[in-house]
Design a protein around this ligand. Structure first.
Ligand code: J9N
Length: 268
């Protein structure tokens, strides 16, 4: 997979040289190219932003510079010797975008070529997304409901989530399907707590069931803990659990937690 990243702070992407993603790059699984947006600015000051039409705070990134940058990257073609005229999917991080989910990460991990456009300030002139949206798939994407100073960290998050899904990037192929939010993980449940040796640490014991060797009891305990943690930390996920996926034991536990699942009562 080829990834092009355009930013006024290319140094932000140094972490992509290490760990899983760094190794995938060394192996050739990932071809990451980071570009300095200012390389396509022509004035002496390498200006990339200007004041917003209509007034208001902050600065907006200029369309001409983005246009030259993206055109140059498109003209460079796909690295993998795929069809001439191949186009990347363009991803623009913004707090007003569609949510970045495990499902979107899966979808993007199947693409041969992604282009990430990092905006700073109040965003990129919207005509850039409109223009390229007529030539390729463009998605404005949010990694969560908080405001960053720029798209760089959001791109790091997305590249890590996408990169670990590529064939051969994770050492242990099972880790992917066990993820809390992976399709096939326990539906609407986050993972419970995990433990390793030693069996006692600073007077804290590993729950004895995990040392018991009773695989059925271990599985039951883990599901209980996952349910408890989901109710406590993610009540909106817990409320969306399909009641048909709950057994008698689950229902008893949720009852003890005074938690109601399933669709809202349309009455009252
Ligand atoms: N989810 C999310 C994206 C962002 C930004 S701020 C500037 C670009 C992207 N903040 N929060």
């Amino acid at each position: 997979m080829r990834l092009d990243i355009v930013s006024i702070f290319p140094e932000y992407f140094a972490p992509l040289d290490v760990s899983l993603i760094g190794k995938a790059r060394d192996r050739g699984t990932l071809d990451v190219r980071v570009h300095q947006l200012r390389d396509w600015a022509h004035d002496v000051h390498k200006t990339v932003d200007d004041t917003p039409y209509g007034g208001g705070p902050g600065m907006v990134m200029k369309p001409e510079v983005w246009g030259e940058a993206v055109d140059a990257i498109l003209a460079s073609g796909a690295s993998d010797g795929s069809e001439p005229g191949a186009r990347p999917r363009m991803i623009v991080p913004t707090p007003s975008g569609r949510p970045f989910t495990q499902e979107l990460a899966q979808e993007l991990s199947a693409e041969p070529w992604l282009l990430f456009a990092c905006g700073r300030y109040e965003g990129i002139d919207s005509r850039v997304m409109a223009h390229y949206g007529e030539r390729m798939r463009v998605d404005e994407v949010s990694i969560g409901d908080y405001v960053l100073a720029g798209g760089e960290v959001a791109v790091l998050v997305m590249v890590e989530a996408i990169g670990r899904l590529l064939p051969g990037v994770l050492g242990n192929a099972h880790s992917v399907v066990d993820d809390s939010f992976a399709p096939g993980a326990m539906q609407n449940l986050v993972e419970g707590p995990v433990y390793t040796k030693p069996p006692v640490w600073r007077d804290l014991e590993v729950p004895s069931v995990l040392l018991s060797g009773h695989h059925g009891k271990v599985a039951r305990w883990r599901r209980d803990e996952a349910l408890r943690r989901t109710v406590r930390n993610r009540p909106e996920l817990a409320a969306a659990i399909d009641p048909a996926t709950l057994d008698k034991h689950d229902r008893k536990l949720l009852d003890e937690l005074s938690f109601r699942v399933g669709p809202e009562d349309m009455a009252n």
